[in-house]
Design a protein around this ligand. Sequence first.
Ligand SMILES: [Cu+2]
Length: 313
Amino acid sequence: MVGGAIAWSQRQSLMSFQGTVKVPAMVPMNHGDMSHGNGISPMAMLRDFDRGTVTQENGRTVREFKLVAQSGELQLDKANKFITWNLNGRVPAPTLRANEGDRIRVVFQNKGGHAHSLHFHGDHPANMDGIKPVRNGQVFIYEFDAKPFGVHLYHCHVEPVTRHIGKGLYGMFIVDPPTPRPPADELVLIMAGYDVNADRKNELYAFNGIPHYYMHNPIAIQQDQLIRLYVLNMIEFDIAATFHLHANLFTVNQTGRSPIVGSYETDVITMGTAERHILEFKYHETGKFMFHPHQDFMAEAGCMGYFDVIANA
Ligand SMILES: [Cu+2]
């Protein structure tokens, strides 16, 4: 314990107890700004997993999610307000999470003022592929099996897709493997760009919605704690982005398709748009360590943050 700043996260502990392993993850309290305009809180989003409303139907688990497309204004920085198209008021959209084989039911209500859709990555029938626009004011129910396990995503697929994703209609979709992964402090970081002046180039970039947020509000993690980072690149207009971690190496589990651990170690991984991985690491040193794409113009324009490694007692 460090000055009473360390607390068990009950939610994280419960998540880690899916299997038989009985050692939960240590998750420090995060004292950053927990709200940021329009109810968007990148600090809360880090560890916020929407597992849906669970019921049993004919002997199988059904997870029902409710996603409402809306439009709203987001203060990106002092100079820039941005009209988002979002789901449930969030950019990025909620991180949906299921176990492989669960039945997924997504009740999609479009109150966005434009036609939108939800296209999931993963394996599903053609009529659930989400390329058909859902008109403003309409409801569409997407239903399919959660498979295969891994880190996936979902996004609006109405043309121009660059605009619909760039305005904020994207989120992560995690399908956990049949044998749960070992306990870890699990975090979601989604990279995105903002084309503020509609010139098909990004002027600002962000992790989890707000430029520079984690520079001003470092992410507290525990020394020697296994960190499982779910990363996704949703940057439109730029071909690729890297994720670079300071003073450490991480293992790369490509698309989360290995049930155990990543296949190689590095400190920089390149992702095209919609690519996503699980990165795992521990910090043995304490203090603040940066993370950012090594396209340094992206980092300088908002896609940059700190981990603050808290000492063990
Ligand atoms: Cu759309």
